[in-house]
Design a protein around this ligand. Structure first.
Ligand SMILES: [Zn+2]
Length: 130
C-alpha cells in the first residue's frame, strides 16, 4: 500500500530530525578531534603501552564516526528520494516498502524481503553451501 500524504509527512519529519541530530553528533566528533589531537593522547614521551592505547582510542573514534557517516549518508539519500520521488519504494523489486518498516527505519532503501536477500548475498555470516 503506498504511503498517504500524512504518513509521508510524518516520515519526512523523522528523517529530518534524525539527520539534524546526527549532524550535531558529527560536528561534536569533529570538534573533539580538533581539540584532542592524537599527540595529546600519547603524551609527550609515549612508551609502547601508552601508544597502543592511544591507537585503540583513535581507532574506536574513527569507527564511531564511520558508522554515523554511513547513517548520515543513508538519511541524505532518503531526503533526496522524499524530494525527487521514489521514497518508500523498494530499490530492488519496486514494491512499496511499507509504512511500519519505514517508521522503524526511515532511511530504508529496500523492503524486508529484498534487504534479507541483499544481506545474505553481500554480507553477514557466510552460509554453508550444500
Ligand atoms: Zn523489494
Amino acid at each position: 500500500m503506498p504511503l498517504t500524504d500524512q504518513q509521508a509527512q510524518e516520515l519526512r519529519r523523522m528523517v529530518e530530525a534524525r539527520r539534524n541530530a546526527l549532524l550535531g553528533e558529527l560536528r561534536e566528533d569533529a570538534a573533539r578531534t580538533r581539540e584532542q589531537p592524537y599527540a595529546e593522547h600519547a603524551g609527550s614521551a609515549p612508551d609502547a603501552g601508552d601508544e597502543s592505547v592511544a591507537t585503540l582510542i583513535a581507532d574506536l573514534e574513527q569507527a564511531d564516526v564511520t558508522r554515523d557517516l554511513d547513517e548520515f549518508r543513508a538519511l541524505e539519500a532518503a531526503r533526496e528520494r522524499l524530494k525527487e520521488g521514489g521514497y518508500g519504494v523498494c530499490a530492488d523489486c519496486g514494491n512499496d516498502i511499507g509504512y511500519e518498516r519505514l517508521k522503524a527505519f526511515p532511511a530504508a532503501l529496500r523492503c524486508v524481503r529484498c534487504q534479507d536477500r541483499h544481506e545474505k548475498t553481500y554480507g553477514g555470516t557466510p552460509k554453508p553451501s550444500l
